[in-house]
Design a protein around this ligand. Sequence first.
Ligand SMILES: Cc1cc2nc3c(=O)[nH]c(=O)nc-3n(C[C@H](O)[C@H](O)[C@H](O)COP(=O)(O)OP(=O)(O)OC[C@H]3O[C@@H](n4cnc5c(N)ncnc54)[C@H](O)[C@@H]3O)c2cc1C
Ligand SMILES: NC(=O)c1ccc[n+]([C@@H]2O[C@H](COP(=O)([O-])OP(=O)(O)OC[C@H]3O[C@@H](n4cnc5c(N)ncnc54)[C@H](O)[C@@H]3O)[C@@H](O)[C@H]2O)c1
Length: 468
Amino acid sequence: MAYQYDLIVIGSGPAGLNAALEAVKLGKKILVVEEMGFEGGNYLHNGTIPSKTLREAVLKLTGKGSILTSTLSVQEQCAQEPSLDHCQQVSFEDLEREVTSVIRFGLTNITRQLSALGVEVLTGSARFINAHTLEVRGPQQRSAVTGDTILIATGSRPRTPQDIPIDNEVIFESTGLLRAGRIPKTMIVIGGGVIGTEYATIFAALGTKVLLLDRNQRPLQFLDEEIGETLTSIMGENGVGFAHAEQIVSVRRDGDTGIVQTEHQTYQADLVLYALGRVANTESLKLENAGIALNDRGYIPVNDLYQTEVRHIFATGDVIGWPSLASTSALQGQMAVRFAFRTPTTPFPTVFPYGVYTIPEISMVGMTTQECVARGFQYNCGRVRFSDLPRGIISSDIQGMLKILFHQDTGEILGVHVIGTAATEIIHTGYMAILANKKIDHFPAMVFNTPTFSEAYRIAAIDGCAKR
Ligand SMILES: Cc1cc2nc3c(=O)[nH]c(=O)nc-3n(C[C@H](O)[C@H](O)[C@H](O)COP(=O)(O)OP(=O)(O)OC[C@H]3O[C@@H](n4cnc5c(N)ncnc54)[C@H](O)[C@@H]3O)c2cc1C
Ligand SMILES: NC(=O)c1ccc[n+]([C@@H]2O[C@H](COP(=O)([O-])OP(=O)(O)OC[C@H]3O[C@@H](n4cnc5c(N)ncnc54)[C@H](O)[C@@H]3O)[C@@H](O)[C@H]2O)c1
């Protein structure tokens, strides 16, 4: 049977767009269906890009990118010297303006690229009629489209349980927070995952007194313990309190105040952010009409080729669950198309970096100390503090740190962990070293530009080699 399109992609986030662009290279006829009315997905409009722009705008407008040399906390500095740049009031409108302009720029790029490459885009919500046919319900019309291959890349949205009265006025989820319209004086963030911790540090940099709640003993439990503890300590200095909460008993609004009840305490704040995970966007798809069932966590199950149980229907990105990152979603989309059209490709990497855009930023690749211990590895560690780097001092980052975990016997690099300026950039040197099976003694024999943060690899490795 002849279908209208070689490939229909549902969703235009990183997973969908990268799939479409890859299919163009393979000479396929493609349709992208997007319900938002503009392309870019939650990545561009509600998640990665707005949150990172907000962070950058906060650092720029408050001047807080360069306060780390001070031995005083931000509050103490501003109490002593209110005229300092980073003590000036920044308005929500200032921040919103920056975010809007970056989104607009990103959207223009995407639409220009799609149209230059001849990718058709249909606005509307797609649902399966059968395994090759989708009904697209647009603002004005409904149409049916058929595809030889279909890729589901419908992403995710914040988890909003019914007993949490999210109104995006006092009690917010992460998408609503971007349109909060105000900088609260006090804030409770429920959930010390990536979303909660990033926003906690961003609002604290604006002067908001933040309390972060998590069921674990510290936020970002997956981090290397030393890095996680360093972050918690810097967050404390910067106005983010942390409380361990086994259980969130209730969340409610009383007038303009949000009230959070845990098993031991009642907390109040001007704004509450509820950030306990995300759920896959699958309900509107009518997957049962295509013969696809969800797994018990609500995600679409796929094999290593991103193929669902129906051979010509693929799924990538947040809709398939972990790791649910823009970075991994983009690669998955590209790989799924190559698999679908039988083009040679390599498997998804078993190791990849994580970037956490807290203030200060963090990045990691490979194993943590806890994992090395759990696996019984004979490991050792080389580390350097940014206060021992010329670049760290020049850039006023004396709290940062890079550590390299390596196998004591073989010198094999097991993991790299960075906290501080440029962490999410310089991690890629460590990533390449792991992929290339380089040993710890590789770095001391390399020339690094100086002064740079990348030099941390050389100095940390010298420290590590001395311990062998
Ligand atoms: C606050 C926040 C910060 C983040 N920061 C980072 C970060 O710094 N780095 C990182 O790597 N990741 C980050 N992420 C995660 C990242 O945004 C996601 O992993 C990524 O967006 C997933 O891409 P995707 O293509 O799967 O889906 P999405 O970006 O969610 O896009 C899915 C698209 O599908 C559309 N759609 C859904 N259903 C239908 C339908 N039935 N018909 C038509 N269209 C449909 C939606 O409208 C949407 O446009 C962040 C997420 C959040 C929430
Ligand atoms: N920089 C980045 O890469 C980035 C940034 C933001 C979001 N994301 C992605 O977005 C997704 C969602 O992030 P998230 O932070 O909402 O969810 P999450 O699942 O990562 O974190 C939720 C946190 O809430 C805690 N928690 C869960 N139930 C609890 C309870 N009942 N009481 C107290 N604490 C509880 C967990 O311990 C965890 O720390 C993740 O997949 C993440 O990868 C990535």
